[in-house]
Design a protein. Structure first.
Length: 166
């Protein structure tokens, strides 16, 4: 809701453009959050916290991330075709969207969130920042998603402040 509230606070109105910004954040949140939960699935399971990988399984979570990503990227590109974003936004949203989808696809095809084989776990006490190989696609999507969302809103800000394409 921050884009809608902020827009309304400044203009006294909440037009469809503000709601489009809200929709971008709304659609971004599930793949971003679920990637983090896959990355930390073992910790959630140990703590008994029913995040999606614990409650529905890692495979189901990876599929949901892929499906939400396929829905999210067109929403993220939409401002370029509505007049809200211009040419800079178009380049950032398409290039970043393709990267987001590539990382989501890698994650979908990975074993992120799956329980390690007993042979892998025996004799190995994980350090705090160790990343098992199969968890890297989840970590990568999570980290990239933060950069992508920042890049989208930064592109809108740059275009607005510079008057490019708006």
């Amino acid at each position: 809701m921050p884009p809608v509230i902020g827009w309304a606070a400044v203009t006294g109105d909440a037009p469809w453009q503000a709601w489009l910004l809200f929709l971008i954040i709304f659609m971004w949140t599930p793949p971003h959050t679920w990637a983090l939960t896959l990355y930390s699935a073992g910790d959630y399971a140990k703590a008994g916290i029913p995040m999606m990988p614990v409650a529905r399984g890692a495979k189901s979570t990876r599929l949901q991330i892929m499906l939400y990503s396929l829905a999210f990227v067109p929403v993220a590109i939409a401002p370029a075709f509505t007049g809200l974003g211009g040419p800079i936004y178009l380049v950032v949203s398409v290039a970043g969207g393709l990267g987001f989808l590539a990382l989501a696809f890698r994650l979908w095809r990975s074993r992120a969130g799956d329980q390690p084989d007993k042979a892998e776990a025996v004799g190995r006490e994980a350090a705090l920042y160790d990343v098992r190989a199969e968890a890297k696609p989840a970590r990568n999507l999570f980290a990239f998603s933060i950069l992508y969302l920042m890049a989208l809103f930064s592109a809108l800000l740059v275009e607005h402040l510079s008057g490019v394409g708006v």
